[in-house]
Write a protein that binds this ligand. Structure first.
Ligand code: CTP
Length: 399
């Protein structure tokens, strides 16, 4: 369900970055209520935020509200989360010292919601003793400071003071809205395809996009879990907050899984591991000087899931995947009995919109004798259902 997010924008050049933060939070289905200080309006127009969020942009304490309500109190009360991005040294000083002389500072003082603060300023201002003192006060009072990055600053200086990128802010905001119900669990997740080299320029692989495994890793991180993701080559960015281990061949995935296995409570094998690899990798590029190529000899790759099933201890929960295009449930059941994970996710890959590279998924979860149908939904929403089931499973086993 969408949450109410109050987005405070104060006067700094990084205010333009707040526009893409507003946009990505709105796109995730949340209601974003922008509140700008007067100096923020010198850097970026309120109209930008109004258009991106579809909500009125508040600047002034005393313009009459649309409904009869005390504006700063109603905004403070309805916020599930507040973010101030960018936050200037001046605004943070006011917050630290209890000065409420405009709408935004008044709201932040009145709200009970969690407040994230993303400072942005010149490096010397950032290091200034009075600013550092104010920063310490704010941290002590429970404000969450999202520390700026080091790098070239708009003022021409180089150093710490650049506001973190909006994607990172959005991720942190969403994470703070999520209940940390997986905080005690550590996940090992495999994702993506493997690539089996044939000669110096070619390989055997499959159409796996990695989206399902990455969605699981992202949601598990957001719900507080510790996550290690072992991924074959994909077009996706590493999952923030997780340890990302990149591999190519099935043998490398197997080695990485063996090394990691003992340290995790839950092992999810969402990777589409190539079942076969070329018997030998040609040192020279294979030439097209023949009409038919018949000498391609393949051998079986190790089945990593089967190996994990044998090596893991009885407290570790193993979750496998099966991709089926017909008789989905019958074939899934057969695989469940043969490979013996605690949970098997049976994917229906019969239709394009829920296939390998799609953004949606549909299928079944097999848990002992139970068959839980999951109707078509986004891979992120599908990941949530799988994680809910894993959580349920660990609770019922007393884990
Ligand atoms: N798996 C694995 N190592 C392999 C092959 C598969 O770890 N060499 C894992 C996958 O990550 C997935 C599950 O095993 O969790 C899939 O099992 P598999 O029996 O290979 O099913 P399919 O890929 O659906 O293939 P098939 O139906 O051809 O057996």
């Amino acid at each position: 369900m969408g949450k109410n997010i109050l987005l405070g924008i104060t006067g700094g050049i990084a205010a333009y970055k707040a526009a893409s933060l507003a946009s990505s939070l709105s796109k995730k289905g949340h209601s974003v209520f922008p509140v700008m200080t007067a100096s923020a309006c010198e850097f970026i127009s309120p109209l930008t935020f109004r258009t991106l969020t579809n909500n009125p942009v508040e600047v002034d304490m005393f313009t009459p509200p649309e409904r009869h309500e005390v504006k700063h109190i109603s905004l403070a009360d309805k916020a599930d989360l507040a973010i101030i991005a960018p936050a200037t040294a001046n605004f943070m000083a006011k917050l630290a010292r209890g000065i409420a002389d405009d709408l935004l500072s008044t709201i932040i003082m009145a709200t009970r919601a969690k407040v994230l603060i993303a400072p942005a300023m010149n490096v010397n201002m950032y290091q200034d003793a009075s600013f550092q003192k104010n920063l310490a006060i704010l941290q002590e009072r429970g404000f969450t400071i999202i520390e700026p990055e080091s790098g070239p600053l708009a003022c021409g200086y180089e150093g710490k003071g650049r506001m973190v990128e909006p994607e990172i802010l959005a991720r942190k905001a969403l994470a703070s809205l999520t209940v940390k119900d997986l905080a005690d669990l550590s996940f090992l997740i495999t994702a993506g395809p493997t690539r089996e080299p044939l000669d110096p320029v070619r390989y055997l692989s499959n159409y796996s996009s990695g989206k399902m495994g990455y969605a699981l890793a992202e949601r598990a991180v957001a719900r507080g879990a510790e996550v290690t993701l072992i991924s074959g080559p994909t077009a996706l960015s590493p999952v923030g907050g997780a340890e990302n281990i990149l591999i190519e061949k099935a043998a490398e995935m197997q080695k990485a899984v063996r090394k990691e296995l003992a340290q995790h409570d839950i092992i999810i094998m969402a990777a589409a591991v190539s079942d076969f690899r070329p018997h030998s990798i040609k040192e020279e590029k294979i030439k097209k000087d023949q009409q038919k190529l018949t000498e391609l000899e393949l051998e079986r790759n190790p089945d990593i899931l089967t190996e994990v099933q044998k090596l893991k201890n009885s407290n570790q929960v193993l979750v496998g995947f099966a991709a089926e295009s017909s008789d989905i449930l019958v074939k899934g059941r057969e695989k469940y009995q043969r490979k013996k994970p605690e949970i098997l996710v049976v994917n229906d890959i019969s239709q394009q919109e829920i296939g390998f590279q799609a953004d949606s998924n549909a299928g079944w979860l097999l848990v002992q004798d139970e068959e839980i149908k999951i109707s078509q939904r986004s891979k992120v929403a599908f990941a949530e259902v799988i994680l809910d089931e894993i959580k349920q499973h660990t609770i019922s086993r007393g884990g």
